[in-house]
Design a protein around this ligand. Sequence first.
Ligand code: NAD
Length: 247
Amino acid sequence: MTQARIALVTGGLGGLGTAICRALAEAGRKVVAVDVAAPEERVAGFRTALNGFEAHIETADVADFDACAALVRKVEDEHGALDILVNNAGITRDSTLRKMEPAQWQAVIDVNLSSAFNLCRHALDGMQARGFGRIVNISSVSGQTGNFGQTNYAAAKAGLHGFSMSLARETATKGVTVNSISPGYIETPMTLAMPEAVREKTRASIPVGRLGQPRDIARAVAFLTADDAGYITGANIPVNGGLYMAY
Ligand code: NAD
């Protein structure tokens, strides 16, 4: 039997991250969920959501370049070569630009965008040497359309598209694909934090007529990271219920 491919999912204990871990475990991957902290109650919720599927948990701050180096080394030492990387960790610090503090700007850029550099930089050599890699960066519809109060977040998420397309070109002949996914509004703690009136208005604007579920994103990740998905690279897959259509 060939060894299961190893998948690292950042923000792995979060709403989308948990669903992504489960989908990859269901697809037969050996999953490592990484999060900035792993308090007991979140780990318990994660295990319940995995419903019997296995995943290892590591803690690291993906905004920290050296911590990402140590994380990749640890995962490869303990579990084996890293084949699949899902850069999913993200935060919002919403504010109109006129009121935005430099710390709000920087934190969002560091966690949502620099993290992809930090991890790809350390994971890529091995992937290229082995001739196989699947990288998926979780962006956002906000990075395609912009969003009121989200200059920081939209800039980081739009940045991920440029990052993904450029890295896809650099790795295309090496068996490594790099793609992004742009979720619309998905029911997770991030969107549950929106006031109910705003959520209702949002729901009304989505052609499919509902917010997305984390598994809607997870199945797109499983699709892009499949062994036979090698001809899809530099692409962005919108998973938004028709909220934003463009070609
Ligand atoms: P979430 O808040 O449930 O999960 C995010 C996870 O990232 C959390 O577990 C958090 O602890 C972790 N994290 C934060 N900072 C970190 C750090 N420095 N290092 C490591 N981990 C860190 O949010 P979510 O809704 O699951 O979002 C997942 C991704 O999807 C994010 O990148 C988000 O921007 C994106 N997204 C979400 C939606 C949505 O509607 N929920 C829409 C578009 C894009």
